[in-house]
Write a protein that binds this ligand. Structure first.
Ligand SMILES: [Zn+2]
Length: 296
């Protein structure tokens, strides 16, 4: 399984406001721009549909290789594995296959997707439908998987969405190529503020290790941002400066340092995702330094 990263990588989901303010217009310029900031990952977002052409995707891929930026693709929000309706299933399949194709053009190795909605069903029934459908999709995606592209189901932030940590891990059990996307802002929002300490992060990582083994617990895909929530879960993404919203990144950085984890960490702050990704990297490097010095 070729999911191993040499180092922890940091980057944004999509393009920061500052990128456009500096006069840039095309994502083809992002890899060089990110490299200039000291970042090493970039999640290309197809969240409102897969609209990118092959030439642009290939150009982004070439730039990314030139500037040592690891690429991932975020598939459309419209994906829903929890349906038996043939028409809706065809649409979901198309969104996933289109995202895989974009990943192939770019040379991206990870495609992140949201599992779907529980609607009025109990969670177990919803999960069974999703698992069944995901099996069918994996069959259709076999060529992409053999090329080393990983589908990465994401933990979700709203209570009515499918995607608790355990639900995502159960999906990942279907095939060894599936990598969990741990979105700690989402996990915290769904749990009504469940992430407060190093212990809370450790508990989640240990659960991944217990269910999926060492490799996928070490090289997982990560989304991080501060997220506002209400009783139903996720309400809104904020930036690192909006400290009234959790979760805190520092205790996660301590866990990354002490367990020598190598995830790809994608920052989803609103507007300042690249700047905040730099900050996440700084915090992590500082914790690794302290850990190596025996202080942590
Ligand atoms: Zn997402």
């Amino acid at each position: 399984m070729a999911i191993k990263n040499d180092v922890i990588r940091f980057g944004p989901a999509g393009n920061s406001d500052s990128f456009y303010q500096q006069g840039y217009k095309s994502s083809v310029d992002m890899p060089r721009w990110l490299h200039g900031m000291g970042l090493t990952a970039y999640e290309y977002t197809c969240t409102h549909g897969v609209n990118i052409g092959e030439d642009t995707a290939r150009a982004i891929g070439e730039e990314a290789r030139k500037w040592d930026i690891v690429l991932s693709v975020h598939a459309p929000y419209y994906i829903n594995l929890v349906t038996k309706d043939e028409d809706k299933r065809a649409k979901t399949k198309r969104h996933i296959m289109d995202s895989l194709k974009v990943a192939r053009w770019m040379g991206a190795k990870r495609v992140v997707f949201h599992p779907g909605s529980c609607s009025q069903m109990d969670r177990r029934t919803a999960l069974e439908i999703a698992l069944d459908f995901l099996k069918e999709i994996l069959e259709e995606a076999r060529d992409f998987i053999e090329e080393g592209i990983h589908l990465c189901p994401e933990t979700m932030g709203k209570v009515n969405q499918l995607g608790t940590v355990d639900e995502v891990l159960e999906m990942c059990l279907l095939h060894e190529s599936l990598i969990p996307t741990l979105d700690f802002g989402h996990i915290n929002a769904m749990g009504g503020g469940s992430i407060k300490s190093q212990e809370d992060y450790l508990c989640i990582i240990n659960r991944v290790k217990e269910v999926l083994g060492e490799d996928r617990a070490r090289y997982f895909h990560c989304h991080f941002s501060r997220i506002e929530y209400s009783a139903g879960g996720e309400k809104r993404h904020w930036t690192l400066k909006d400290t009234q919203y959790g979760p805190e990144f520092e205790p996660l950085a301590e866990v990354l340092a002490s367990l020598d984890l190598k995830p790809i960490i994608i920052c989803e702050s609103r507007g300042t995702m690249a700047e905040d990704a730099v900050r996440l990297k700084e915090i992590t490097l500082q914790k690794i330094h302290l850990f190596n010095a025996g202080i942590l």
